[in-house]
Design a protein around this ligand. Structure first.
Ligand SMILES: C[S@@+](CC[C@H](N)C(=O)[O-])C[C@H]1O[C@@H](n2cnc3c(N)ncnc32)[C@H](O)[C@@H]1O
Length: 195
């Protein structure tokens, strides 16, 4: 579910210019000490990864990757469900405001687990379905399926926790961005030890 981002890349990217206060708070939320090399899965136009010092960004949208590359991040065309990286080769994987768009969220986290080394971190930035913004997004999705919100099938906190646990991760911390309403969360996870 990425074609809208490829066709309307500039439109998506301009959101950050229209909402500078939220952008800065999200950057602050995701300024997290974590090991390298660092990959942002679903990097989009690179607004987050490039400012947060990520080395590589992956996305299926070529138009988005062109913008991400111009912001100084190395880019790889691909999908979250089949990551073209070797086992245990990365220190941090960030999935920012994108998990709900993936065809197979469970497979995406399994792939993140495979490519992270044992002391690596998975960071998920997410809006929960039950949050004020999540409820607003669902309304927009139902009113206009052709909009960016048309594919917005958000997860609840409980659903995310279940997927995290079932794919071999443990939640280390969870923090909200400090927006007017509690809408954007950073969930930091580590790999459960292999037995
Ligand atoms: C809402 S944007 C977020 C982009 C960026 N992370 C940010 O915070 O600005 C969602 C991104 O997910 C990408 N995407 C959708 N499905 C994907 C998939 N299966 N694997 C990887 N990326 C995907 C889209 O192309 C789009 O760039």
């Amino acid at each position: 579910m990425w074609d809208k981002f490829d066709k309307r890349t500039l439109d998506y990217d301009s959101w950050y210019d229209r909402h500078p206060d939220i952008y800065l708070k999200e950057l602050d939320l995701l300024t997290i000490d974590s090991p390298g090399p660092k990959l942002e899965v679903a990097v989009g136009t690179g607004r987050m990864g490039s400012r947060l010092g990520y080395d590589v960004g992956l996305d299926p949208s070529l138009n988005s990757l062109h913008m991400a590359q111009s912001r100084g991040i190395d880019c790889v065309l691909g999908v979250a469900e089949t990551l073209p990286f070797a086992e245990s080769s990365l220190g941090t994987v960030l999935i920012c405001m994108s998990l709900w768009l993936f065809e197979d969220r469970r497979k995406a986290l399994e792939e993140a687990r495979r490519i992270l080394h044992q002391d690596g971190k998975l960071i998920i930035a997410i809006t929960y379905a039950e949050s004020p913004l999540g409820i607003e997004y669902a309304g927009k999705r139902d009113a206009d399926p052709g909009s960016f919100y048309g594919d917005c099938w958000l997860l609840t906190r409980e659903e995310l926790r279940t997927i995290i646990e079932e794919t071999g991760f443990t939640v280390v911390s969870e923090k909200e961005a400090g927006l007017d309403t509690p809408d954007v969360w950073a969930v930091v996870c580590r790999k459960k030890p292999t037995s």
